[in-house]
Design a protein around this ligand. Structure first.
Ligand code: ATP
Length: 912
């Protein structure tokens, strides 16, 4: 490690960097324009610490535990425990307290695990920064940036640290986070700013946490972490997201309302019981408490939260990283997916397959990015550099290019844009050398922007002075050209001929790019748009292949089965987009519209086009926003992908904005609900499938939990109404709730995707999760539970069993019915009477095993008998209990079959 005794005190100098020239700043920081060495950077990281701000503090453990108890359902139970204790029912009070504690503990542990999992998932999308180290551009985690680092900024980046700009081109930054000013400000490196300029006027600086909205720049880092301006104004950043979603809030509200209804009903039942003279005051009181604990679904909120968290984890396992939790639910309802083409639907592994100049057409062979392959003309190999126009085209491809190639594990890989990597490979195949980039050094550049669709670079020329090379979308470049290069010299060009050539390549699904050049006056050091937008000489075009991802073809087919429309929205040429859409199976003869076509439409026309067109080509990011809005108008739920800074508004507007994890900008990621770690369309579809699964599982949790409570509550109400002894006592009810909610209810959170999850249309939005069908289910099963419970209980009483044994049988009957019902609920959209249904899953089998053991203990262990007022039972009783479970399963499955037959008939009639 080098000794770094005199590293500058950045904090002390902090206020003045903006007033110094770039060179003074570099000197003070002991840094250079070519960046720090790796060793120096490591030493600085040691000294200045990581470039990180404290994030909002997590809730303490105690606060999290208390939060578990902060719930009306639990309050009601705690009050019940006190009341029971007050009238001397100590065992009941203790058991109620135990239930409350077990519930809170499970909630606490599971929620803690879920929060840690979410943290880990978010860590996967931590920001990165491009810096120069040892003179080479490298991408590092933003927390490793140190003072003195040279950072490269471009549109869409979040500035990783405070920096003095060293170079800037049309740079604008959104500094709202620091200054509150919502209009992006222009930045420059040329002038200095007065010492006392307020933060908003320090145009020579880029500040940590602000967003680059346009342009490109290089800056030298002057302050990191807490020493940055952002660190000064706030030590805490970013709120901690709570584990909740609209649906969970909906259910929590429902649970609260239910609790209030239950309390009211319990009061009425108490009054009725106390005055009906069937019960002593004491017993009436305990019956009321029994009703309260029976009816309150205390385990429901925790199990629902856990279901959601498991969904998020599963999605992360499929490369879909959820940034905002409500997206988990929305994903399950997505009806349209709008996707980019390049890299999402296609592999983004490009190769130049063809090149055309004014004189001829060449084919190029090879695989991947290896610079091995040859040029052929009419089937015969040629030496590319022998043709002066082709040679110049290849030179343009090499020089007007920011990518590099490097060998990793024996294969060639691209540093930068894959398309540019492919162009570089082509130039090397032609026989040019990378050294050409030093010989004709770059003086200036206009970066690519999807709005103007070209890129230009200015180079030190050979004998005739500086030369600009331009590459971009063919229509755009043709507009800028005045002539074409041929073997005979420059001649006039016919745009129609070139368009036809481009169309021919596009028809094969190739991405077409045009190249041009222009000589500029000696002494030119700056390249402006006006310099290149007229008077160019066209060199030719190239066709790049970028095959569809095989898994995307598969995923498109899956979407079709699942009633989800897939639309391609691309910046590419209409012909290329159509050809790729056909290869993907988007449609046999896809409708294609271009951005220009869209511009001509009024609102109605746009709504119609958005609905029926599959492919939108040559669009700009603004079109994406208009299309989302048009599609949402008819109630569609839209998932939309994006990567650039200009995509942010459309990503925000879409129901599920999806940013690319690899090639996406920070701006796009921050605007989106979900980030794709692998940029792959198939991962979106996997996330939708998981989204549907989560929704199904939440429904199952509700459909299973509520009838348990309903059955128990109804049993007590009926017993009191008819003046009977309670067939189950309050402590026994608590036992059932505690054992089954944990061991059985929780297993539903782990349910795998149902086989037909992607064979049915997306669920309608705006409906309450407690649909009419679900409520009916709850009531129906509750009634069956009551019948089963009373049936077993009366059988026992009729056969002269003592009360303890009769109650033990009744409790076992409820638990066994719940076990069988669990197997039925696991398949919400089909019969459960299958081999697969009977086998269950591991969590289900473990859960059932645990419950059976617990019930054995409950029935046969003497101390359990003492606590719960139970008694051992014989074989006949056991058989009857089992019969109750089987009977319930058969009736519920029959109802399911009848209901779905009726629904099919209704649908059939509606279609007819
Ligand atoms: P998608 O939107 O599906 O990702 P895309 O990558 O083709 O498609 P853009 O990045 O907006 O969309 O590019 C639009 C067009 O601009 C391309 O078809 C190409 O002609 C041109 N282009 C893209 N990248 C560059 C570049 N680096 N230099 C010059 N021209 C480019």
């Amino acid at each position: 490690m080098p000794d770094t005794p005199s590293l500058p005190d950045t904090a002390a100098a902090g206020a003045r960097w903006h007033a110094m020239t770039p060179d003074t700043v570099l000197e003070q920081l002991d840094a250079g324009r070519e960046g720090l060495s790796r060793e120096d950077a490591a030493a600085r990281l040691e000294q200045y610490g990581p470039n990180r701000l404290e994030t909002a503090r997590r809730r303490s453990r105690l606060a999290r535990l208390v939060a578990q108890l902060h719930n009306l359902l639990i309050y009601a139970l705690i009050a019940a425990a006190f009341l029971a204790a007050a009238i001397g029912h100590v065992i009941d009070a203790v058991v109620i307290a135990a239930v409350v504690i077990v519930n809170a503990a499970i909630g606490y542990i599971q929620e803690g695990r879920a929060e840690r999992a979410l943290d880990a998932i978010r860590g996967m999308i931590d920001p990165h920064a491009a810096v120069l180290r040892d003179g080479k551009r490298v991408t590092i985690p933003a927390c490793e940036v140190v003072p003195g680092d040279i950072v490269l900024l471009e549109a869409g980046d979040r500035v990783p640290a405070d920096m003095r700009l060293v170079k800037a081109r049309s740079l604008r930054a959104d500094e709202a986070i620091l200054t509150g000013e919502s209009v992006p400000v222009d930045k420059t490196c040329a002038k200095t700013v007065p010492d006392d300029a307020p933060l908003g006027d320090r145009h020579t600086m880029a500040f940590s946490g602000t967003l680059i909205t346009a342009g490109q720049a290089t800056g030298v880092v002057v302050a990191t972490g807490k020493a940055s301006e952002l660190g000064r104004i706030s030590a805490m950043l970013g709120e901690v997201e709570r584990l909740t979603t609209p649906l969970l809030r909906q259910m929590n509200l429902f649970a609260r309302q239910l609790t209030i209804i239950i309390l009211g009903m319990a009061g009425l039942v108490f009054v009725y019981a106390a005055f009906s003279q069937h019960y002593a005051f004491d017993d009436a009181f305990m019956a009321m408490i029994g009703l309260i604990v029976a009816a309150i679904p205390e385990g429901l909120p925790a199990v629902m939260t856990i279901t959601l968290a498991i969904g998020v984890q599963r999605m992360a396992g499929r490369n879909a990283i959820i940034r905002r939790l409500p997206a988990v639910e929305t994903l399950g309802a997505v009806s349209v997916i709008c996707s980019d083409k390049t890299g999402t639907l296609t592999r983004n592994e490009m190769m130049v397959a063809a090149a055309a100049t004014g004189d001829a057409l060449w084919q190029v062979s090879g695989t991947g990015y290896a610079p091995d392959g040859e040029f052929t003309r009419d089937g015969s190999p040629v030496t590319a550099l022998d043709d002066p126009v082709l040679a110049e085209l290849c030179r343009a491809a090499l020089l007007c290019n920011d990518a590099g190639l490097r060998v990793v594990d024996g294969t060639h890989a691209v540093d930068g844009d894959p398309m540019e990597g492919a162009l570089m490979a082509m130039a090397l195949k032609a026989g040019l050398e990378e050294a050409e980039r030093e010989r004709l050094a770059r003086i200036d550049a206009i970066p690519f922007d999807p709005r103007h669709r070209y890129m230009a670079t200015l180079h030190k020329g050979e004998e005739n002075g500086p030369v600009a090379y331009v590459k971009g979308a063919p229509e755009r470049i043709l507009d800028m050209c005045a002539a074409q290069a041929t073997a005979e010299g420059e001649t006039g060009l016919d745009p129609a001929v070139w368009q036809e050539k481009a169309e021919q390549l596009a028809l094969q699904g190739q991405r077409v790019l045009a190249f041009a050049r222009k000589g500029l006056p000696a002494g030119t050091t700056e390249l402006n748009e006006a310099d290149v937008e007229t008077g160019l000489v066209l060199l030719g075009i190239t066709g790049l292949i970028d095959p569809p991802r095989p898994e995307a073809i598969e995923a498109v087919a899956e979407c079709r089965r699942a009633g989800i429309a897939v639309k391609m929205i691309t910046g590419d040429h209409a012909g290329t987009a159509r050809a790729i859409a056909i290869q993907l199976g988007l449609a046999e003869a896809p409708d294609v519209m271009t951005g220009q076509d869209l511009d001509k439409l009024d609102a109605d026309g746009l709504a119609m086009a958005a609905r029926k067109t599959e492919v939108f080509a040559r669009t700009s990011p603004e079109h994406k926003l208009r299309l989302v809005e048009a599609m949402q108008a008819d109630g569609s739920v839209i998932a939309m992908t994006g990567d650039g800074v200009n995509d942010a508004p459309a990503l925000k507007r879409a129901d599920v904005g999806i940013a690319m994890g690899k090639k996406g900008t920070e701006a796009a990621k921050e605007a989106s609900e979900m980030v794709l770690a692998d940029d792959n369309f198939a991962s979106i579809v996997a996330a939708v499938r998981e989204g549907r699964t989560v929704y199904d599982n939440l429904t199952k949790v509700i459909a299973w939990t509520l009838p348990t409570n309903g059955g128990e509550a109804l049993t007590i109400i009926l017993a009191i109404a008819f003046g009977l002894t309670l067939p189950i006592s309050p402590v026994q009810i608590l036992w059932i709730n505690m054992v089954t909610a944990v061991a059985l209810g929780l297993t539903l959170a782990f349910e795998p995707t149902e086989p037909n999850a992607m064979r049915r249309p997306p669920r309608a939005t705006g409906t309450h999760i407690l649909s009419g069908r679900l409520l009916w289910r709850v009531v129906f099963v509750s009634i069956l539970m009551v019948i089963g419970t009373f049936g077993v209980y009366f059988w026992a009483v009729d056969n002269g069993l003592p009360l303890e044994a009769a109650r033990t049988l009744a409790v076992n009957a409820i638990v066994v019915m719940e076990i069988f019902y669990l197997f039925s609920v696991r398949f919400a959209h089909g019969t459960s009477m299958t081999w697969r249904g009977a086998l269950g899953t591991r969590p289900v089998l473990i859960g059932v095993g645990l419950v059976v053991l617990a019930q054995m203990a409950f029935t046969y262990l003497p101390f359990m008998n003492a606590i719960f007022g139970t008694a051992p039972v014989g074989l006949a009783g056991g058989a009857l209990v089992l019969a109750a479970g089987v009977g319930l399963l058969v009736v519920v499955e029959a109802e399911k079959a009848i209901a779905s037959a009726l629904a099919r008939r209704r649908d059939g009639r509606a279609q007819a």
